[in-house]
Design a protein around this ligand. Structure first.
Ligand code: EPU
Length: 417
């Protein structure tokens, strides 16, 4: 898998139905939450992607027992064997840092390698550490590792200086087992945070304020087991929605929560895309003439950075000049050079990609460096004439369940080589 390449023969229309998998970015913190209890936690609708397998392996190193069966995972951590998240684990998924809060809260000690993940710019964890220190943890950096210890964590009032998704999740989990009440302000509002809060409540946590930016957690002595179905992946759904907008395509996307995709739906609507939302499905029909747009990435409910690259590929086909401004990460335009190799006309000016469309794309050998860029390049390859080969496509499998198969079912000529 690490060496995998993807070959696409573009230009075939996509049509049919695609079912959306569970949300990777909800499943990752929720698996970390297994560390908060000695009991069994049962998950359904887990996307079987590489990042999830890595997180499951990390739990195993810590001492958890469990199994992956289809899209279900059962896991329990009766006792912490070793409160260590090794460099081998942390180098592939940044989500490994999510184990820090739960391990400290349950076990009073954690040694976690600094997180790796996508090279998309500076990805600090200072607010995670600041919050945990305020709760009473002593934290030192030793080589590649963060070493943290504490007696029982205590409740705090903490204002996140800026919104952070995993930072919010880490502190909510830590506070669930802390002594006293924690009030977290300026929390991230992403649906994945809300889904985690839903799981923690089932485990016995006392949390209020979910879906607002002030979350209040009354710490408990212990948490217990629970069963939880993970929400659909809004980024995967958004990726297929964007795929459906290319001329000639007509896709029915099923198992979606359209409310989680409002910002994308509004943007695609302003471009002239033809979409019908009904219940948990969205039908999209590609249009020959799409209007250009100006878009800025923002924390939820704004337009997500995780769809920036895929939208950029679509905008190569719009009639005129579009601008996409990236405000969450400071280096998330690696797809631009590769899209240009396919024939796109995109320039990056500071934090903004300026896209001149429509461009006639043609196949080439290209290379991906991060997860969402990979999806953007797959969309480019599907649109390009001739063969596109995407190198380093392991990145795609970190976060998209069965994407080549799902696209084959829609009629794409795509294979793993
Ligand atoms: N930041 C700080 N200090 C912190 C934490 C964050 O300065 O302590 C900054 C970061 O440097 C960044 C910004 O705040 O510029 C936002 O980072 P955030 O912490 O919100 O990102 P994350 O929690 O590391 C999660 C997702 C990402 C997604 C971002 C933004 C998971 C496992 N990862 O990352 O998902 O892009 O939120 O929505 O939930 C992906 O799935 O492809 C992916 C990268």
């Amino acid at each position: 898998m690490q060496q995998a390449r993807i070959s696409i023969r573009g230009g075939r229309p996509l049509s049919g139905t695609v079912s959306i998998s569970g949300a990777k970015n909800a499943a990752l913190p929720e698996l970390a939450a297994v560390c908060l209890s000695a009991d069994l936690v049962e998950f359904q609708n887990v996307p079987l992607v590489e990042d999830i397998k890595v997180m499951f392996a990390a739990l195993g190193e810590i001492g958890a027992r469990g199994e992956i069966r289809g899209n279900s995972i059962n896991a329990a951590l009766p006792a912490v064997k070793e409160a260590l998240v090794s460099h081998e684990i942390a180098k592939t998924t940044r989500a490994s840092v999510l184990l820090l809060g739960p391990l400290l809260a349950r076990h009073g000690f954690a040694k976690v390698s600094f997180p790796g993940g996508c090279p998309i710019g500076e990805r600090k964890i200072n607010f995670h550490l600041q919050g945990l220190e305020a709760m009473g943890a002593e934290i030192v950096a030793q080589g590649e590792y963060i070493i943290a210890k504490c007696k029982r964590l205590r409740g705090i009032e903490y204002l996140f200086p800026a919104k952070t998704v995993t930072g919010t999740e880490n502190l909510i989990m830590a506070a669930s087992l802390a002594q006293g009440t924690t009030v977290l302000r300026n929390c991230a509002l992403e649906p994945e945070v809300t889904d985690l809060v839903g799981l923690l409540r089932k485990m016995g946590a006392d949390i209020s304020g979910q879906d607002t930016d002030t979350i209040i957690i009354r710490g408990q002595a212990t948490l217990h087991g629970a069963a939880h179905r993970i929400i659909p992946d809004r980024i995967e759904a958004g990726t297929y929605l964007i795929a459906g907008c290319f001329a000639g395509n007509e896709i029915d996307i099923q198992g979606v929560m359209p409310g989680h995709l409002r910002s994308l739906l509004a943007i695609l609507d302003s471009m002239g895309a033809a979409m019908t939302v009904s219940g948990q499905s969205i039908r999209v029909k590609g249009q020959a003439a799409l209007a250009p747009v100006e878009v800025t990435t923002e924390p939820y409910p704004g337009f997500p950075t995780d769809l920036q690259a895929q939208l950029t590929t679509l905008l190569t086909q719009a009639q005129g000049v579009s601008r996409v401004r990236e405000r969450i990460f400071n280096d998330r335009f690696h797809h631009v050079g590769e899209l240009n190799r396919l024939g796109a006309a995109i320039e990056v000016e500071h934090d903004t990609a300026v896209i001149r469309g429509p461009a006639r794309l043609r196949g080439a050998v290209i290379k991906t460096t991060d997860l969402r860029a990979s999806a953007a390049l797959v969309l480019g390859g599907l649109q390009a004439a001739g063969e596109t080969v995407i190198e380093n496509s392991y990145q795609l499998f970190r976060g998209y369940e069965s994407m080549p198969q799902k696209l084959q079912n829609l009629g794409a000529d795509i294979k793993i080589i």
